[in-house]
Design a protein around this ligand. Sequence first.
Ligand code: MTE
Length: 311
Amino acid sequence: MSLRWLPSLRGSEVTDRRLYLDRRRFLATTAAGVLLSAVASTRSSRAAPLSGVVPGPFSTDEEQTPFSDVTTYNNFYELGPDKDDPAKNAGRFRVRPWSVAIEGECAKPGVIAYEDLIRPHRLEERVYRLRCVEGWSMVIPWVGMPLAKVLERFEPNSRAKFVEFTTIYAPDQLPGQRLPLLNWPYREALRMDEAMHPLTIFAVGLYGEELLPQNGAPIRLVVPWKYGFKSIKSIVSIRFREDQPVTTWSQAAPSEYGFYANVNPNVDHPRWSQAKERRIGEFFRRETLMFNGYADQVAGLYAGMDLARHY
Ligand code: MTE
């Protein structure tokens, strides 16, 4: 993603001074201070393990991107615009308690606690490719559940043609939201058939552990055949809609980021080619695959559509 019109912003400028002072005060008053500050400086700390995870379908056996890269090379503009900002600036982000509002065209709207949202579902590991629109990619062993199974419980009605997702808005916890980087809160959406597709998941973990804040804790979308910006993090609302929602990146730069955002090596971004990608950890660039390698599963969703127009 790129924000040409903004002056470049370093992580240190968005570091919250009060957080820094609070932490200093805390460390000064605890005997474990030295130990804690050592832990805090290893930025890819581990999260709580998840139990009962079973292997899920559609996993690739390609080499997995190391945990340390997956948790320190991130896009999460709410925590700053640079790749290492999210891991550094997540200290104030509270991901519990958490609830999600279910709204719009469905029979059972309401607000549901995170634990109740995920409890009825079996946790599966799905090793998916993630291809960012910027030209890099990773292979990540997500833990999650099919989005369709979650959405069905709220009984979407026949007017529900799209599903819109919204990220938490909490500028006190998310320093990037105090800056005009994007039109906050971050919004994304899928067509109903895309949302209900068996590849689409709600992820709650990776590498067998709960998501760290920088990866979109406690619950995020993963849509592996689309550019990474569709996989919205830290979701607080799900709205079933009849009309096509306006999404954050397509609003910020409509000619660069479309609603569909299907990975497509034949349709270039206006400022760069999408034919190749750099897999994090590899030296040579590799060919980008149509629909990120998931064409057998999803090409049918777009039969007859001009993908150069519906980018
Ligand atoms: N979700 C929110 N709320 N804010 C963001 O800035 N960035 C997106 C997506 N989800 C983003 C977001 C982009 S551009 C990518 S590539 C992926 O998150 C990156 O996910 P990862 O950091 O877990 O690899």
